[in-house]
Structure formats: structure tokens, C-alpha cells
Design a protein around this ligand. Structure first.
Ligand code: LLP
Length: 446
């Protein structure tokens, strides 16, 4: 499914020309395709149908309410990692009971909020956190389901910043501790320890790490059963890849082919599965559109200076990530896939595609071929930008956050308005004095 395609020399999202969106919504601007979101979600569900998982879309990858609503309508639950993300999920109409809540640093306020909303499961990451969840649940007179996040000591072979399943990581507890964890907390009435959770990294392009992690999980389920603890749910996390090179839909079936045979016997025994995909659903469902403000040459280097860089899309600068970039109207019919297969195409010149910020690290791509004709005023599409694009955007250099647009067929709507200068300062206009009480008088006495 490719809802982002060049027709008659210009880029369309579904039936809408990107140029028309950029003219109205301005740049920088994220554009998402409903058809692609739906297609990715449906294909994921079909691939894993034999274990009928609750697919909890990972809100951190792209939390726009427009995107969340599309996925909720499709039947998605949500994976959240903060009170703010739970609030987003709820605002998009998702039942809290269909949400799972992970994260190593849940605050008391966040835990209480999630319990009051009726969270489906806490994915708990440490002993202290468990005790805190149990304490808060008790004080609220509640009983809440908890899954223990285990760290299966598997190398997902991805960027070290996003590798989360090796032994020494801040996430989860290792397998030896897991049994002790159940022995200590497995009978708590207010925090019912009944599931296992794992998320080993992101993105993961090979299936072996999943297979290895699941094998270890299956063994742990058996050990826990021997210890007298019955596991009711297993959350396999997210991390499935996206195709950044060709901007095509992700290859999902291979993950299912590796996971389902191991998971099915547990499913048949009544264990419920959860998946937490983010990137694989939304990465190729979104592009970032920027405008070329200037071109310039420094020494041998040719630059395209755009109206956004690392403020709108941090990934290239932060992880050295690759995003395919091509003009919105290159004047010829060419899909990103064809372009990727034909890197030596004539008429192209190597450029650094950079942003306007005052840092050398502010770039979208380095040493990248673009048509030699790229000029001031041209629009560029940064592909596969739907995941961890807007959700990691910042206001650095007081850059207002980009607009977000959702395309459905031949219609397009702004699902997040571009920020204004006024919104940049709205929380700073009225300083409000803190009442420091005792601390203030102690200071005065010194
Ligand atoms: N579940 C948990 C517990 C996670 O920590 C994550 C991502 C996911 C699910 C979703 O992973 P996905 O299916 O989207 O790969 N900012 C980085 C990615 C960080 C991922 C953090 N956790 C990037 O831009 O590549």
C-alpha cells in the first residue's frame, strides 16, 4: 500500500497534492495518511490473528489525537508511558481498560490518575515501583492488574540509545529477579501481579531477538507455574521495523511467522497477548514537508537550507537515522522506491539538507543526492517521518511546532494547528509567586 505517490511529476498523499496542503497549512508540516494507518494496522492484526492480540498502539511514536482516533476506530488499545499519554488516549476516546502503562519513572500522581481512570495493566519496571503502585491502589481502595516487565538479556542489534532488552538496562528486571519478584509480590490483593511484559528495543529488523526473548519468556512462565503463579497475559512490546530506505509498507509477516508458533500454545492455554507497535504502523504513514529557504555553496559543499531541521525531526541528528528526502515536485514521475534503487541517477548533486537552527548538528540529511535544480521556494518531502517525528519535535530556537494534517481520500484536515509566537510564550506571560512559607522566613532570618 503506498498512499504517498508521485503522479504527473508531483507528490500526492492519497488523492491530495502535497503542494496544495503546504500552500494552506504552511511549512514545516507533518502529513499523515489515514488509508496507510488503517492498512498497517489491519495487516498487523491479520498477521497475528492466530493469537488474537490486543494491539496497543504506542502513543509515544505519534500521539496526535487525529491519528489516535483513526486507530481507535480500527480497534486499537494504547500503550502509554506517562500521564500525558494516557490523557491523550482518553481524549481520543480510548477506554483506559484498553491501555497498558509502561515506563521506569511513573510518579505518584500519574499512578493515581491511571488507577482512577481504570487502566488495563501497569507494566511495572522495578520492586520499588511495584510497592508504590500497591500502596497507592490500597489507599484508593482499588485493585489493579500489573505485568512485570522482564529484561530477557537479548541483543536486538539496534542503536544503543534504543536497545532496551540487554541485562544492564534501566528497563524491567532480569530473569533471575523475576521469580523472586513474584515470590515477594505475587499475592498482593491491590496490585495483582498477573502478566509479563517485554520490549527489547526499536527498531529491530531481524526476528531472532524476538524468538530468543519469547523462548526465555515461555521458560519463565513454566518456572512461575511451578512456583504457583499463573500468568494470564504476555505483552511482547513493540519494535517492529519500518522501511526507511524505500518508504514502502513494513514487512510484518516475518515477525508473526517467528512469534506465532511460540506464542500459540500459550494462547491456547488461555494466555492473552498484547502487542505495542508504534513505528511499524505510523512511520510510513507520515511525511514531513519542509521548504527550501536558500541554497548555498561552502567550499566544495552544496547546502539546501530548509525552514526546519532537528527541531521538527530530531532522528537524523540524534541517531544518525536515514530518511529519504525528495522534492515534492521534482518535475518527473519517480517513487522513492525507484529512487532508492537508482542512486546514481544523472542530474543529481550531493547536498547537505540542513535546518535553520544555530547548530552544525541541525540537519535532515548529509551528503544526499537531490536534483541539481532544487532552488529557493521548493518543497521537500522527508519520508517515513510519521514515527518519532512530531512526538520528538522541540521549540529550540523558539521555533513554533509544525502543523499536522491528516489526509483521508480526497479530504485533508489540520489535526494540529501550527503554533504561533503567542503560544510560544503563553506560559511565561504572568509569573506567579510561590508561597515558600517556612523556607522563606528561614532565609530571611539568616
Ligand atoms: N513499547 C515500549 C515499552 C516502548 O518503549 C516502545 C518504544 C514501544 C513499545 C514502541 O516501539 P516501536 O514499535 O515504535 O518501535 N525515538 C526512537 C525510538 C524509541 C523507542 C522507545 N520505545 C526513534 O526515533 O527511533
Amino acid at each position: 500500500m503506498d498512499s504517498f505517490a508521485y503522479r504527473d511529476g508531483e507528490l500526492f498523499v492519497e488523492s491530495v497534492p502535497v503542494r496544495a496542503i503546504a500552500e494552506q497549512a504552511g511549512t514545516p508540516c507533518y502529513i499523515y495518511s489515514r488509508a496507510t494507518l488503517e492498512d498497517h494496522f489491519d495487516r498487523l492484526r491479520a498477521a497475528f490473528a492466530p493469537i488474537d492480540p490486543l494491539i496497543c498502539y504506542s502513543v509515544k511514536s505519534c500521539g496526535n489525537l487525529g491519528v489516535l482516533r483513526v486507530l481507535r476506530e480500527r480497534g486499537a488499545g494504547m500503550d502509554v508511558v506517562s500521564g500525558g499519554e494516557l490523557f491523550r488516549a482518553r481524549a481520543a476516546g480510548v477506554e483506559a481498560s484498553r491501555c497498558v502503562y509502561a515506563g521506569v519513572g511513573k510518579t505518584d500522581t500519574e499512578i493515581a490518575y491511571a488507577i482512577r481512570e481504570g487502566i488495563g495493566l501497569f507494566n511495572c519496571e522495578s520492586e520499588e515501583e511495584f510497592e508504590n503502585i500497591a500502596r497507592i491502589a490500597r489507599s484508593l481502595g482499588a485493585s489493579v492488574g500489573v505485568a512485570l516487565r522482564i529484561n530477557p538479556d537479548v541483543d536486538p542489534k539496534t542503536h544503543r540509545y534504543t536497545s532496551t532488552g540487554k541485562k544492564e538496562t534501566k528497563f524491567g528486571v532480569d530473569l533471575e529477579r523475576a521469580r523472586r519478584f513474584f515470590a515477594a509480590y505475587g499475592r498482593d490483593a491491590h496490585a495483582r501481579l498477573e502478566g509479563l511484559h517485554l520490549h527489547i528495543g526499536s527498531p529491530i529488523y531481524t526476528v531472532d531477538p524476538y524468538r530468543e526473548a519469547l523462548e526465555k519468556t515461555v521458560a519463565l512462565v513454566a518456572d512461575l507455574a511451578r512456583d504457583g503463579f499463573e500468568i494470564r497475559s504476555i505483552d511482547l512490546g513493540g519494535g517492529f521495523g519500518a522501511d526507511y530506505e524505500s518508504a514502502q509498507s513494513p514487512a510484518l509477516a516475518k515477525y508473526a511467522e517467528a512469534i506465532v508458533p511460540l506464542a500459540k500454545p500459550l494462547y491456547d492455554r488461555g494466555i492473552r497477548f498484547v502487542l505495542e507497535p508504534g513505528r511499524t504502523i505510523v512511520a510510513n504513514a507520515g511525511i514531513l514537508v519542509v521548504k527550501c529557504l536558500y541554497t548555498k555553496t561552502s567550499g566544495e559543499k552544496r547546502f539546501v537550507i530548509c525552514d526546519a531541521g532537528m527541531n521538527a525531526l530530531l532522528r537524523p541528528s540524534h541517531y544518525g537515522s536515514f530518511h529519504f528526502i525528495w522534492p515534492v515536485a521534482p518535475g518527473r514521475d519517480m517513487t522513492p522506491a525507484r529512487r532508492a534503487l537508482d542512486p546514481g541517477l544523472s542530474g543529481t548533486v550531493t547536498h547537505d539538507i540542513v535546518g535553520p537552527l544555530c547548530e552544525t548538528g541541525d540537519f535532515l540529511a548529509l551528503d544526499r543526492l537531490l536534483p541539481a535544480s532544487v532552488a529557493r521556494g521548493d518543497l521537500l518531502a522527508v519520508f517515513t517521518a510519521g514515527a518519532y517525528g512530531m512526538s520528538m519535535a522541540s521549540r529550540y530556537n523558539s521555533s513554533p511546532l509544525p502543523a499536522e494534517v491528516l489526509v483521508s481520500g480526497s479530504t485533508a484536515e489540520v489535526v494540529r494547528a501550527r503554533e504561533s509566537y503567542a503560544t510560544l510564550v503563553e506560559h511565561e506571560l504572568k509569573p506567579s509567586p510561590l508561597s515558600l512559607g517556612a523556607a522563606e522566613s528561614a532565609g530571611a532570618a539568616r
